[in-house]
Ligand binder design. Sequence first.
Ligand SMILES: Cc1cc2nc3c(=O)[nH]c(=O)nc-3n(C[C@H](O)[C@H](O)[C@H](O)COP(=O)(O)OP(=O)(O)OC[C@H]3O[C@@H](n4cnc5c(N)ncnc54)[C@H](O)[C@@H]3O)c2cc1C
Length: 392
Amino acid sequence: MPATELKNIVVIGGSSAGIASALNWRDDPISSHRMIIVEQKSHYNYVYAFPRASVKPGIERELFVPYANLFYSNKNIGQVVQAKVIAIHPNYIELDRSVEDFGKSIPFTHLIFATGTTIPAPGHFNADSKADGVACLKTYQDLIRQSKKPLIIGGGAVGLELAAEIKDFYPEKDVTLIHSRERYLQVYKSSLHTLTFGLLKNKLGVNQILGDRVVVPKGGFSLEVKPITVRTTKGRTIETDLPITCIGMTPNTNLMAELSPQTLNLHTRFIQVKSTMQIKDDRYPHIYAAGDVIESTDVKTGHFAWYQSLAALHNIRLQINADSELQPYVSKGVAIIKIALGDKKAVMQTNVFGPLITLPSWIVGGSVPDNLYADFPWAWIGLPCDEEHKSL
Ligand SMILES: Cc1cc2nc3c(=O)[nH]c(=O)nc-3n(C[C@H](O)[C@H](O)[C@H](O)COP(=O)(O)OP(=O)(O)OC[C@H]3O[C@@H](n4cnc5c(N)ncnc54)[C@H](O)[C@@H]3O)c2cc1C
């Protein structure tokens, strides 16, 4: 079929959720449709290793993976369009720029909304090109190298990894991690907290404060190395020269708020979906949402984003083929995670052996590669993560 006659399945967001659908689609496309991923960034950002790469030089280029070959360079199967979506209409999206083949809007028969969330740097950067992303990581490397007493605010995955990476790479620095709850990683088994706390304390020597919050000034702390005394809600004072805030997650739902305000949970601003992954708005049975952007009991991790997106795409296939009733997404409901805490150190919660268990660093740490598995996204697009390709 000529490209001009193909109908479009549009996916907004080319991260975990978007890539999952792309990989599924490219090997089993439906000839009447192609998939258009619209992503504001030029490269897939492998954020999993951002905490490490914010400290330790060397792996930056591996963490920005080109999309070029995602659909085997076959535009009739699909393509990734670099642009920011600025409005969603019932049957087309508007872009912030004119792009090849489409201009400033793209029509669709089906849409997957996978815009994720925004979290503070260095877990995420507002950098749309590889060069800017690498520069952001290097800025953090410089700041952290200069700092003698970094303070990491927030003990979620990013804060834990960052504190550990700093102390592992610079044992002489006085690193403090403060977390508002009494235990880390609340949604996981308490033994994961125990293992993490123990490793940070005994193996690395990170100072840890639990059950207290830093009073963050309006507008946040400035990104510079200079002595400062911060205060906590419980009245502590902490001397630092580089407070790094690793708290706060904002869903990227403004576009959906315009199209279908009723879809948003008013308190959390996450998107409510039906069990089929269609948005909770009967006017739009062809619009789906998946990944971190949705209100879900699934933990907000890449692997759940992946499965939710596949469930949405499966139902889109059913709609296109007018096959049968749409199928509900059945969550595996199991929170699994591997947290890297410095070179060859990690803790893990897994069900790979059957029951859900946690594993200490001496079992899982040794096998963790320096680039924290960044080869995987390169393999998805069919390129080796080697010196020849890293700069693409
Ligand atoms: C440091 C760190 C470590 C992590 N470790 C793990 C781990 O070990 N295991 C795990 O499973 N998960 C982990 N996660 C979580 C995981 O990264 C997320 O759950 C996952 O990336 C969510 O994917 P997503 O596709 O839903 O959204 P996101 O990754 O947030 O991606 C959304 C995409 O949409 C794009 N976008 C947004 N708005 C627009 C627009 N208007 N126009 C065009 N594009 C737009 C964004 O640029 C972005 O690329 C970690 C996260 C971090 C930060």
